[in-house]
Design a protein around this ligand. Sequence first.
Ligand code: NAP
Length: 321
Amino acid sequence: MSEFLFEKVALIGIGLIGSSIAINIRERGLAREVAIATRREETLRRAEELRLGSSFHLDPAEAVRDADLVILCLPVGSCGAATEAMAKGLKPGAIVTDVGSVKGAIVRDVGPHLPAHVHFVPGHPIAGTEQSGPDAGFLELFENRWTILTPLPDTDEAATEALRRFWEATGAMVEVMTPEHHDMVLAIVSHVPHLIAYNIVGTAADLETVTQSEVIKFSASGFRDFTRIAASDPTMWRDIFLTNREAVLEMLSRFSEDLASLQRAIRWADGEALFDLFTRTRAIRRSIVQAGQDTEEANFGRLKPRRGDPWNEKGTTAPGE
Ligand code: NAP
C-alpha cells in the first residue's frame, strides 16, 4: 500500500483554488507527484517559484499523463476547452474532477470530451476568498468547509469515495448531491448574494446626488461588506452567471417578489412585518455561527487579525465561494 492517497495529481489551472489544493498536497503529503498546467507562462513560472508542484506544463495533455487524479481549477466557462485539450493524455482509470462553482454546465461541457475509460466526479469546494492567482492559496482554506461532489448516475462509487477521502484529508467535510440540486442551492446561498453586492456597489458608484468620495468615506456600515463581495474575480463571476442562468433567474424572481413586499411594508409603515422578518433573519445568522461556518465575534472578528487565520492576516475577510 502506498503512503499516498494518489501517486500523481494533475492540477489544470493554478489560481486561488489550485494553489490551495497544491499546498494541501505538499504539506499533508497527499500525493507523490503534482503536475501543474496553466495557460500563461508567467503564472506557470510563479507556481514554480512557489514550489507548488513537481512538474510544470503549458500543455495540459502533458500534465495529465499518468495522473490518477486530475483536477480542473479553471473558470467554469473554460473547463470544456481545457478538457478537450487534455483528453488524449488521460490514463485509463484516472479520476477527473473540477472545483467549479456551477455543476450542471460542467457536466454538459466537460463530460462529452472525456474518454469512457476515466471516472468523472464533478466537485465544488465551498471555500474561497476574493483573491485570485497562485499567490492567493493557503493551507487552511478548506478546513471545516463543505465540498460538494455531484457524481453522475453511472459514476463508479469507488471513484467518488476516493475523491471524498482526498477532500477530507484537506480538512473539508463532504456531501454528495445531484448537479441540479447543487446549482439551485448555490444560486441562493452564493450567486444571488454576489449579484446583489455587484448591483448595490454599482448603484452607489453611479449616484449623482452622493459623491464617490462620500460613498468611500462613510462606508463603515453595511456598504463595506458588500464591497468585499463585489471585489470578487470578474471572469469567475461572469462565468457563474452565464452558466447557472436558470437557477439564478428563478431565485432572483423570488427575491424580487420578497423585495416588493418589503417595499410595501416600508411604504405602509408596517413595522410589525419588518420586525418579524428581521427577527427571523437574525436566527439564521445564529444558526450559521452555531454550525461553525462563521464567528460570532463583532464585525466577523475582522478587526483583530488572529494568527493562523490567513484571510484575517491578509486583511481580507471571511471565506467566499
Ligand atoms: P483564479 O485564481 O482566477 O485562477 C484561475 C486559473 O485559471 C489560472 O490558472 C488561470 O490561468 C486559469 N484561466 C483563467 N482563464 C482561463 C481561460 N480562459 N482558459 C484557460 N485557463 C484560464 O481562479 P480561482 O479563484 O482559483 O477559481 C477557479 C475555479 O474555482 C472557478 O471555476 C471558480 O468557480 C471555482 N471556485 C472559486 C472560489 C473562489 O472563491 N475563488 C471558490 C470555490 C470555487 P493563467 O493565470 O495562466 O491565465
